[in-house]
Design a binder for this molecule. Structure first.
Ligand code: ZN
Length: 269
């Protein structure tokens, strides 16, 4: 978690400064993001042919069953994905969300993305819930042990050196696995509570849902907890009929404009 902690510390003071200098409205904003937001940074989504890896469907690799059957194959895929994420950069959508966070008194980002691009764009760990986990965490498949692998493996060579190796837990010797929520697994109770705590604090003035097909019931449930619902997605989704504003564009195009409008006319909030 070291890198996230460092980012969090760094972004606390600018956040506060801006909040103090422009505190003329009080707003609660919830932003929900999914794979479509990171796609434009070159992180392939699980859907469509671009998501395939070695002719395998990632949706079938990201399961406890796949790991039980072939942990090495699953680790090869995650190592490649980690490497791709390290080489990627936050895009205009990540930057726009970070800008909105700075200008909003009460803000929470809930992302389904396991990459660290929102954090690198400047969202502090306190204002973000990574509901599907963190790809750079390696945790034990049996006990509670976990570590953050970003620092250990940031040299590209290390990733190749480790190819074919299934990490073992230093505490209990069981196989370690990526710290992400796989298909068919429960979400972390802790993270769910953080979202519910925020929502219990009052109705949101605006909820923005970007780059997710909203196939999970909890995304729809949270999206409906605001007076305004802005949906950003090139495609129609199950959420579209509830949206007060539908924006059929990629997130990196639409979000900077939407955030500019919200910041320029806070009365709209
Ligand atoms: Zn263990």
């Amino acid at each position: 978690m070291a890198i996230l902690t460092v980012l969090a510390k760094r972004s606390v003071s600018p956040d506060l400064e801006i909040a103090v200098s422009s505190r003329f409205w009080v707003v609660r904003v919830l932003v929900l993001t999914g794979a479509g937001v990171s796609a434009e940074s070159g992180i392939p989504t699980f859907r469509g042919k671009d998501g395939y890896w070695r002719n395998l469907d990632p949706a079938k690799l990201a399961t406890p069953e796949a790991f039980a059957r072939d942990p090495q194959l699953v680790w090869d895929w995650y190592r490649e994905r980690r490497q791709r994420i390290r080489n990627a950069r936050p895009n205009a959508a990540h930057d726009a969300v970070a800008r909105l966070a700075q200008r909003t008194d009460e803000f929470l980002l809930v992302t389904q993305n396991v990459d660290d691009l929102h954090a690198r764009a400047g969202i502090s760990a306190q204002r973000m819930v990574r509901i599907h986990g963190d790809i750079f965490v390696t945790r034990c498949s049996r006990c509670e042990f976990e570590r953050h692998d970003y620092e250990h493996e940031h040299e590209h060579e290390d990733e190749h050196e480790n190819e074919g190796v299934i990490p073992r837990c230093p505490e209990c010797d069981a196989f370690m696995r990526p710290g992400v929520v796989w298909f068919g697994e429960q979400l972390s109770r802790n993270e769910l509570e953080r979202v519910e705590d925020f929502l219990d604090g009052g109705a949101c003035d605006v909820v923005i849902v970007a780059g997710t097909t909203a196939t999970f019931g909890y995304i729809i449930d949270w999206a409906l907890r605001g007076s305004e619902l802005i949906e950003v997605n090139p495609e129609e989704t199950p959420l579209s009929r509830f949206a007060t504003q539908q924006v059929r564009e990629p997130a990196a195009i639409a979000l900077p404009r939407i955030v500019d409008q919200l910041i320029a006319s806070p009365s709209k909030l």
